[in-house]
Every structure is written in C-alpha cells, then in structure tokens.
Design a protein around this ligand. Sequence first.
Ligand code: THU
Length: 140
Amino acid sequence: MSAPVDKERSLIDAALAVREHAAAIYSGFKVGAALLDSTGRTWTGCNVESSSYGLSCCAERTALFKAISEGVRDFETIAVVAGGNGVATPCGACRQVLHDYAPKLKIMLHNPDTNESRSMPLSELLPHAFSEANLKGTGR
Ligand code: THU
C-alpha cells in the first residue's frame, strides 16, 4: 500500500513548487503550502510580503483563502515547506484561521535544506482553540 505515501509526497512537491513564487522580498524566508481538499484537489499558496510588514500574508493562509474563495470548505491535509533551522510550524495566526475552517486538519512539515520532516494534527499545535462555538450565546 504505497498510495498514501505517494499522495503525501505529491503534496510536499506541490508546496515546494509554489514556494518558488514566494514574495519574501523583505524577510528572505520563503514558504510554500499545499492544501488537500476532501475531493482530492490541491490548493497552493506562498507567502506574500508587503512594505508595510504587518500586511504580509503567510503561505498557509494564501492557500486556504484561494480554496475558500473558490467555494471549497472541506480540507484534509496541509503541507508546509520552509528552510532555515528545524521544521517551521504554522504561525499562531495561521493556526487560528486553519482551525476555523479545518479543525481536524493534518499538518505535514518539510525542510528541503535539512531534509527534515514532521507531521502532526492541527489540534496538537492549537489545543483549547478559540472557535466559532465561543461566539454562540452572545446575543448577536
Ligand atoms: N511565514 C509563513 O508564510 N508561514 C508561517 O507559518 C510562518 C511565517 C512567512 C511570513 C513572512 O513572510 C516570513 O515567513 C517570515 O516570517
């Protein structure tokens, strides 16, 4: 049974390919993400930086927003690739937004410089998450 491994490898490959488009013009830290939806389609995104640094968008949210804006709402796995030391995990903002739309998401991380990889559920990265459920009962 090599199919799941092939699927995971191709998701990493898609993240590596889109990372080439990263507009990391200030940080130089290029990130690529590839998000697999429940129909098997892959949505890719890279980080896009702004001269007003805080307006920059991470690769994970770029991929997620692309998919959502095309009407996709069910996701299975996201692959995130970045260099530097160790394997970069999604930032806090991305963890929250990913949780809002895909609380059961599987996260695959890969560093092509060191060839390190790690996988974990999003729930491990964002335990006790704030969510839509907390908004209920506010009278709004
Ligand atoms: N970045 C991502 O794209 N994803 C992350 O999970 C962490 C950080 C980007 C944001 C910024 O463009 C650069 O990496 C350095 O922080």
